[in-house]
Write a protein that binds this ligand. Structure first.
Ligand code: 5GP
Length: 232
């Protein structure tokens, strides 16, 4: 298969249909601008499983995504999308870069969900950008910013409820957006413990990529627990 793009965690391949691509989930784990890196056998499979499950749920709830179907243990069939160079982060509880940047203690529930935009640019280390920066850089048009924010809040409502029903707290997560061949805005990339902070609702155990970032425990064990809970 012809490779379109290879990222840190996934490879995108062409298919016979020019409007459809295959996402291949790798076992590579990276953090801190890929200065920390490891091969974790089985991570790709778990993330493909979890992402497929979540995209399916979002589609059922009327959110447009690039997901078509899960093809194999590590492969997902998706619509070709023109990806925006932007990461959209939603936070329900303080953690990560929010605490570091603003001096807030970890674990504080936020009065209302907070949405932040980051410019996806490795050389600049994905800086936080405001509304006017997004326009200045030509990353999105004004109406697209509003539409993306609206979709993001809705995705947060759906996922918060879903994870909560399965004994998980959705602390924060990152979404990426793109434009599908028919022009519609859609959630692209993946939604998995690589891109979400998920805490066990009973024990508070961190079950996401923070395990790898901060050596908190076996990465796969956390991701496996997430999948088991979601399937349970
Ligand atoms: P923070 O800004 O606190 O580092 O991240 C907020 C949330 O977005 C976390 O759930 C984190 O996993 C996710 N996130 C932010 N940037 C990235 C990124 O570049 N890659 C991945 N996989 N997740 C990210």
């Amino acid at each position: 298969m012809e490779k379109v793009y290879e990222g840190k965690a996934k490879i995108v391949y062409k298919t016979e249909d020019p409007d459809k691509y295959i996402l291949y989930f790798k076992d590579t784990a990276t953090a801190f601008d890929a200065t920390k890196r490891a091969e974790v056998e089985g991570k790709g499979e778990l993330n493909n499983n979890i992402s497929s499950l979540i995209f399916q749920l979002l589609e059922e709830r009327g959110i447009r995504t690039h997901f078509i179907r899960k093809l194999s243990s590590r492969e997902m069939l998706v619509w070709r999308a023109k990806r925006f160079e932007l990461e959209v982060v939603v936070r329900n509880i303080s953690a990560g870069s929010l605490c570091k940047r603003l001096g807030i203690e970890e674990g504080k529930p936020l009065e209302k969900p907070l949405v932040e935009f980051f410019y996806k640019n490795d050389e600049l280390h994905d800086p936080l950008v405001c509304y006017d920066h997004i326009i200045l850089l030509g990353l999105l048009k004004e109406e697209q910013i509003h539409e993306i924010k609206h979709i993001t809040f809705r995705v947060n409502e759906i996922l918060r409820e879903f994870f909560s029903q399965h004994g998980l707290i959705l602390v924060d997560f990152k979404l990426e957006f793109g434009q599908l061949p028919d022009g519609s805005l859609a959630v692209v990339d993946e939604v998995s413990p690589d891109t979400c902070r998920l805490w066990d609702a009973k024990t508070g155990e961190k079950l996401d990529k923070d395990r790898f970032r901060f050596d908190l425990g076996d990465l796969l064990e956390g991701y496996r627990k997430v999948l088991e809970k979601l399937q349970g």
